[in-house]
Design a protein around this ligand. Structure first.
Ligand SMILES: [Fe+2]
Length: 206
């Protein structure tokens, strides 16, 4: 597995995606105290290439500049829509189905609006998906914050998440479920937000 899940803050997850062959790494959603994340990176002698932000909320982005100061060559990556909401500059934006390499590890980005307008998920080597606040284990992200859309979230879950292969390991942005990660096939069978067949059913989920 080329994804390390690290608990930071209260229930947030930060992630390190890395390639041991080429010693390269990307951090996803650095927030609170990223010492744990940086320790992991130095313990494996990895070179930090990217900070990828699944969306603009501060509990997913607040340690970005601290890391950029420590590693000035690192590139900050987000969607255009959410990147424009950040209080710091993003180095480049990604669009739907763009790809990026971290060493030999392939990242594919999908735009998944609903929690925010520019939320993204990251598919790693067709083995895992980092879902930010789009999909949690057993639930989806809230849609009542600025930029959130209940209808858009339903569309994202139906059209972007459900068609993905069952074997992907879902790594969410928060530890809200009964386990820290799960395979997408299990989530399709058990997650109430993926089981809703239409917008009406989705709207009745408590
Ligand atoms: Fe969020």
């Amino acid at each position: 597995m080329v994804v390390e899940q690290l608990k930071v803050g209260f229930d947030n997850f930060s992630y390190v995606i890395y390639c041991l062959k080429k010693n390269e790494a990307a951090i996803v959603d650095p927030s609170y105290d990223s010492s744990k994340v940086l320790n992991f990176i130095s313990s494996k002698d990895l070179i930090l290439k990217y900070i990828i932000l699944t969306h603009y909320h501060s509990d997913h982005t607040s340690d970005t500049l601290r890391i950029k100061k420590l590693h000035p060559s690192i590139k900050i990556v987000s969607s255009k829509c959410d990147g424009e909401k950040l209080v710091f500059n993003v180095d480049f934006y990604v669009s739907d189905y763009d790809e990026l390499k971290v060493g030999d590890v392939n990242l594919k980005f999908i735009l998944t609006p609903g929690h925010t307008k520019g939320g993204i998920c990251i598919i790693v080597d067709n083995e895992a998906i980092l879902t930010g606040d789009t999909l949690f284990i057993g639930d989806c992200g809230r849609t009542d914050l600025p930029g959130g859309s209940f209808k858009q979230m339903f569309k994202t879950l139906q059209e972007k998440i459900k068609p993905l292969p069952d074997n992907l390991i879902v790594f969410p942005g928060h530890d809200y479920g009964n386990k820290p990660f799960d395979i997408l096939g299990n989530q399709k069978r058990t997650n109430k937000t993926l089981l809703a067949r239409n917008l009406e059913e989705f709207s009745k989920i408590p």
